[in-house]
Design a protein around this ligand. Structure first.
Ligand code: BDR
Ligand code: CA
Length: 385
């Protein structure tokens, strides 16, 4: 089983790299390695809820030769599955890659009622941009089973690019206790360390299915979290849309149609900035990690809070002033008494000191070069690069 055969970096290196680098050098940021281009593209599964920004992210992925897309697995999120599924099929058809299997995912979160975001993505999930009914059909297997089959077929090789609620991924993990160890890593759009967008505390993808997100963050799979901390810095502009409109290929034309609607929608709502390209940034983070700056964090998901359900809570052993002193950071990481939440009656016998629990489990994107990001996104979609 090739659990360590990551493109350019092993699972163990991924987890250890930034902590070790920060402690040894005092440098807080370290990018994960990019995928290989050319003859050995990286195997990925794109888990998605299209969704305006999902649609553009899918088109970006479909036009990226670095990726071998093993499956696309729509899930209920921005709009119900009855719309995210055909929308995903449409994107595959528009990109002319109908050989890529699309597997229908979950209709509802693990435990909660579905919350959608049609107020952002329009009733059809594509901002009101209309495309023909797709001709191709999904594969018969449900997404969670299909995801499991692919990961077991290529142990250690598959990266999950998740840009929707994490229900499909958690369902796959729940079905097979060995699966997490066979997944190369997850690059997700989700979460935030700086406030939410669906509630003051929570980002939409995590909010929709916090229990699923918690399973994923606690799975031990190396995670790259591309959250609102960076995706809020990616606003689509009139110039971007015009570049797409002038692109002479079906992908550019479709992307332009969706992007134009999304831009109009934000203007109608009175926003000064255009829509954020949340999900494309996660795809870009996998393709070109150097576009972003990352820091290692322990991240967990609040599932019980009345006001904070779906919040991603992050802890960095090297944050704050400690960053300036590698020695202090090292010492703090070894000795800082981090306490968990106040013990409940049931938990009073266990130690309240849970330092060991706060070992980083995610690389969290904290900054982005949005110019480079849009060069990549618009360039690839329009066919200019
Ligand atoms: C995320 O929520 C959805 O509305 C977007 O598609 C994106 O995945 C941003 O919070
Ligand atoms: Ca999405």
């Amino acid at each position: 089983m090739k659990t360590n055969s990551l493109p350019g970096i092993t699972r163990r290196e991924f987890v250890a790299s930034s902590v070790a680098a920060a402690a040894a050098t005092g440098l807080p940021f370290k990018s994960p390695a990019p995928p290989r281009a050319g003859r050995n593209p990286s195997r990925v599964i794109v888990d998605t809820d299209p969704g305006v920004d999902d649609a553009l992210a899918l088109l970006l992925a479909l036009r990226s030769p670095e990726l071998q897309i093993e499956a696309i697995t729509p899930v209920a999120g921005n709009v119900p599955l009855d719309l995210t599924l055909p929308n995903a099929l449409r994107m595959v058809e528009i990109a002319g890659q109908t050989e890529i299997p699309v597997a229908a995912g979950a209709r509802a979160p693990l435990l909660r009622r579905l919350v959608t975001a049609a107020y952002v993505h329009g009733e059809n999930g594509l901002g009101g941009a209309v495309f023909p009914e797709p001709k191709i059909k999904p594969v018969p297997e449900p997404a969670a089973i299909f995801i499991r089959q692919i990961i077991r077929k290529y142990p250690g090789e598959v990266t999950l690019l998740t840009i929707g609620p994490l229900t499909n991924i958690a369902t796959a993990l729940n079905s097979d206790s060995d699966l997490a160890g066979m997944i190369q890593r997850i690059v997700m759009m989700g979460g935030s360390l700086s406030g939410g967008n669906i509630t003051p505390a929570a980002e939409f993808n995590i909010y929709v299915d916090p229990e699923a997100a918690r399973i994923v963050f606690q799975s031990g799979i190396p995670i790259t979290m591309v959250g609102l901390d960076v995706t809020r810095k990616t606003s689509l502009t009139e110039v971007h849309v015009q570049r797409l409109e002038s692109g002479q290929n079906p992908v550019s034309q479709a992307a332009a149609k969706i992007a134009r609607k999304a831009l109009e929608h934000t203007r109608e709502q009175g926003f000064l900035a255009g829509p954020n390209m949340h999900d494309s940034l996660a795809v870009a983070a996998f393709l070109y990690p150097s576009i972003l700056k990352f820091e290692d964090y322990y991240v967990d998901v609040e599932t019980a809070g009345e006001l904070t359900a779906g919040e991603t809570v992050g802890y960095s052993p090297t944050a704050g002033d400690l960053r300036r002193s590698p020695e202090k950071a090292k010492l703090a990481a070894a000795t800082m008494p981090i306490r968990g939440s106040a013990p409940t009656l049931a938990g009073t016998r266990s130690s309240p000191v849970v330092r060991d629990k706060f070992v980083p489990n995610a690389k969290v994107a904290l900054d982005v070069d949005s110019g480079r990001f849009f060069d990549l996104l618009i360039g690839r979609l329009s066919g200019a690069s």
